[in-house]
Design a protein around this ligand. Structure first.
Ligand code: ADP
Ligand code: IPE
Length: 246
């Protein structure tokens, strides 16, 4: 059993509001459609989530009162992305069924029983970065945080996180030319400075979530989704360029 998270940075153009990257969705969908093993799939929000979340100030959790219209806009946008990506996946033979996180979140937190239910029928549940509500308050739940919750529930062999850089570096490779790719690293030795630019902390948020997943899985791989062959190799447990956290 694997958990695969496709970052919003991969399936959308993160700088341009509501801009999908359909060709990448298609190539990733082909690979996932061919994969015979059991899997739970998660995707990020990219430009269907972060731009408006930051513009509306929803990156800071708060009271629903006065923010309902904005929350509805963002939830509708991430559901649109989910629907676009699902089209590609299902056309390519992926037996996926979407579970919107806001619809399974209640007073007891996330109810992941629909996930195990679908897995038992050989479907792959598809979850995504979303906004959840409880006790009159909202907060963003990232795809990375959902991976942790899923890992705790379904205990996968590994979690594969697909993003738009080759893995976890010593610093942001888009800003620092001397950034070094970490190939294999113990969770306890992993720490990144800073806050991250998007609504859920970018790679810093990912690293914090990865640390919380390790008690429930053997390893977490971080790979670049702009090279679909790397995802194919990662799914087949072959050596691949990227970071393995254990
Ligand atoms: P995704 O949308 O795939 O979940 P994020 O945008 O949240 O990914 O995080 C990936 C981004 O984090 C990269 O595009 C990169 O610019 C940035 N980043 C910041 N620090 C690092 C680092 N130390 N290693 C790798 N990427 C980093
Ligand atoms: C963010 O989800 C959800 C919202 C902004 C509503 P993620 O944090 O998983 O999205 P990506 O992968 O970074 O784009």
């Amino acid at each position: 059993m694997k958990i695969v998270k496709i970052g919003g940075s991969v399936i959308t153009d993160k700088g341009k509001y509501r801009t999908p990257r359909e060709e990448v969705m298609e190539s990733i969908s082909k690979l996932l459609g061919e994969y015979p093993g059991r899997m739970a799939l998660v995707h990020g929000a990219g430009s269907f989530g972060h731009e408006k979340a930051l513009e509306f100030g929803l990156d800071v959790p708060g009271s629903i009162s006065g923010k309902a219209a904005e929350i509805s806009v963002v939830i509708n946008d991430v559901m649109s992305l989910n629907s676009m990506f699902s089209e590609h996946l299902i056309r390519n033979g992926f037996r996926g069924v979407s579970i919107p996180p806001h619809a399974i979140y209640g007073s007891n937190g996330l109810d992941l029983s629909p996930v195990t239910y679908l897995l038992n029928y050989s479907f792959s549940p598809i979850l995504f970065g979303d906004i959840i509500m409880k006790d009159g308050k909202y907060r963003i739940i990232s795809g990375d945080e959902l991976c942790k919750a899923l890992a705790e529930k379904i205990r996968p062999d590994e979690v594969i996180m697909v993003t738009d850089v080759d893995g976890i570096y010593t610093s942001d490779p888009k800003e620092f030319s001397n950034a070094r790719l970490l190939k294999k690293v113990k969770a306890s030795e992993l720490s990144l400075e800073g806050k991250g630019k998007d609504a859920t902390g970018s790679m810093m948020g990912k690293v914090e979530n990865i640390k919380t997943m390790l008690p429930f899985t053997n390893r977490v791989k971080v790979i670049n989704g702009n090279y679909p062959d790397r995802l194919r190799k990662a799914l087949l447990d072959e050596d691949v360029i990227g970071t393995v956290v254990f």
